[in-house]
Design a binder for this molecule. Sequence first.
Ligand SMILES: NC(=O)CC[C@H](N)C(=O)O
Length: 357
Amino acid sequence: MKRKLVLENGLVFNGEGFGGDQFTIGEVVFTTGMTGYQETLSDPSFHKQIIVFTYPLIGNYGINPSDFESLNSFVGGVIVHEYAKTESHWKSQMNIDSFLKKQNIPGLSGIDTRALVKTIRMKGSMKGKFCDENENLDEVVKSLQHTTLRHHVSEVSTPRAYSAPAGGHRIVLIDYGMKKSILKELCLRNCDVVVVPYNTDANSILELNPDGIMLSNGPGNPEELTESINTIKKLSGKAPIFGICLGHQLYALAHGAKTFKMLFGHRGANHPVKELATNRVYITSQNHGYVVDEKSLKNTTLEVTHRALNDGTVEGLQDKKNWAFTVQYHPESCPGPHDNEYLFNNFMTMIEDFKNK
Ligand SMILES: NC(=O)CC[C@H](N)C(=O)O
């Protein structure tokens, strides 16, 4: 079945359809991970985005029950050069085509993904939509140009609080579109975790007596989440805080910094980041389109701890006054190198220091 990708600048890529057949407008972004497509497809931070995989063959080890980062996939579409019709892995329960059909997510294969990625790298990530053969492309381009995309944390956050009880530190984890692996890392450290919806107010969070507070990853433009930014302001200094990705951006905004949209973002499991205190380079999993503006940190309590080696942007912050640190990348990994899980240990140490201060 023929299918096209139409971009807002009028470029058209002709390929074959697979997966579901409901098309929506989404931001077309690319990810450079060579494995881990299942974790990527189930990461709620990709809400409504159309993901181009730069790795040319996707789906060869199928889809298994244990590697999901959330119960559903929220992506708007999937673009691959080629997908595996015959998958092979002892854990696999279906191929990527069946998975995308089940989730009603459309796919496009057989296009020159390198040409598409080069376009995005030059011109920046842009809106796009899949089309069938007979659609009027001029109309589609017009509608792409007139659509403003919004990403809704409310669609990916948990509707109600739930807990993972244990004997260790009580952590309140604010879910803006959390990846399951963040909860897993806390459980591995025997934490007594309560996951709360994104719009839980500061008093309700403090009533849970947290030893530490975690701010999760999530989709969209952090500046739109004014209510969450205000909540973080009220929580600041009350308990140690660890923020990841969207959580990092929200923490920075709550403390007077600014964020901006990058040309095409960082997505993949192979992004080098330098820890400035040690000069060590870590390979990280990343998935973000916005970033904290380093210039805006001047009169804040925040200082840069980590930097991206590809483009020098801010990848980590430490609050000099309040008990908090945050990272732009994904230390819970999944997919990707386990280099950065030590940050969860640092969070445990910070919680103990806070208790003994
Ligand atoms: N993974 C995330 O939390 C992404 C954060 C934010 N939505 C961005 O694109 O920058």
